[in-house]
Design a protein. Sequence first.
Lengths: 217, 217
Amino acid sequence: MSETGKYKTKDRVPEPTLKRLPGYLYYLEQVKEEGTINISAPTIGKDLGCDPTQVVKDLAVTGVKGKPRVGYNTYELIHALEDFLGFNRINEAFLVGAGNLGAALMAYQEHQSLGLRILAAFDVDSKKIGQTIGGIHILEYNKLFSLYDRLNVKIGILTTPNHVAQDVAEDLVNCGIKAIWNFTSAKLSLPEEIIVQNTSMSSYAAVLLRRLNDAEK
Amino acid sequence: MSETGKYKTKDRVPEPTLKRLPGYLYYLEQVKEEGTINISAPTIGKDLGCDPTQVVKDLAVTGVKGKPRVGYNTYELIHALEDFLGFNRINEAFLVGAGNLGAALMAYQEHQSLGLRILAAFDVDSKKIGQTIGGIHILEYNKLFSLYDRLNVKIGILTTPNHVAQDVAEDLVNCGIKAIWNFTSAKLSLPEEIIVQNTSMSSYAAVLLRRLNDAEK
DNA sequence: AAACATTAAAGAAATAATTCTTTATTAAAA
DNA sequence: TTTTAATAAAGAATTATTTCTTTAATGTTT
């Protein structure tokens, strides 16, 4: 079926690998602080509690080569990881739905270190419109349509109630958004080429609670 | 990496399945609203845009049996899913680190529908101590140790800065916490039996930004 | 009442990801 | 300069997950 309309399966980096990369980045920044210039994959593996060959495979996606008996250059690796992940660029985003979770993400300053900049938030609630959270203005939802072609925003952050998620997502796509970070529980049906990253809190709660339940009985 | 103990692989539900279950639950609640009494796996698959046999396999973990030509009973399925996931119980939790993300999660009312109740939050910042966010009190961090044996809290939500995450996690474990929902980028080293659910925003940003980058070139 | 169409359920195959193994490189020491 | 120890890199095997296929059950229709 749809299973690989992904023409470029060949050079696509596996999702589990991508998810681990920020962990390496955070670790390497610590290591650099301590003045370490070179670091080997087995050392990283030991410190992070994971398999050294996996570390090698993961880091290989950045194209950085290590030297036997020496390891990787810390600074080079950090730079390559940031570059590969896009954390050292400015990735502009719109956020829709300034409710609890939306407001939270607006206030969450760590976005900056991910290269994410939320340019504006949108909501339909007149009580919220005009407010500013974390330096980000909340605009009337309809303003979305007038702003989109003046700007070059590719990322939409979706924190609306579930029942409007699909409609809002379609609006975002019509506004030229290429990627949607979906925090709702709704399963979005969008054109193939739109990148959707689902980050539903309930999914993680589900895994956590179930594992806890497994352990207790 | 040993994210989870491996002894009971036999009857352990795969993580991808667990993550999909809340999606079914949300969908079924909608379907029930519309008055549908019975629903078939192929119908669910069509609506949710996923493989019908996968739907069958996923729902099988709840033990609910469907009838050929009829499908599953909507109400029965919803109840079984809530029960299986623990969403209809009250799962008490402590939160440590009432910064941006922590405050966000405290304000996030949807926790209730996941059966999560944050009893109290802890922080070392004297400016925050005494405040209330979303009805949850922020207490002095040290109070954690005096509270733990009077209560039966099994879940710890970790939203501290990265560099104290490991120490706080160890404190939580010493206080009898069995499961940690880790929102930091730190890789936690804890006893095997502790359940750790990593939900690092940067991991999801990494996947999103990289896929966007792949698509653009 | 019997045949039929539909679908759940179980099992098999394929795919993706991780772990393990081997090989080859290279800097340091003798 | 040669040997050695350590490690990166590439490839193989294992494991887990998803997709595909088959079988059996059941309500509906004729």
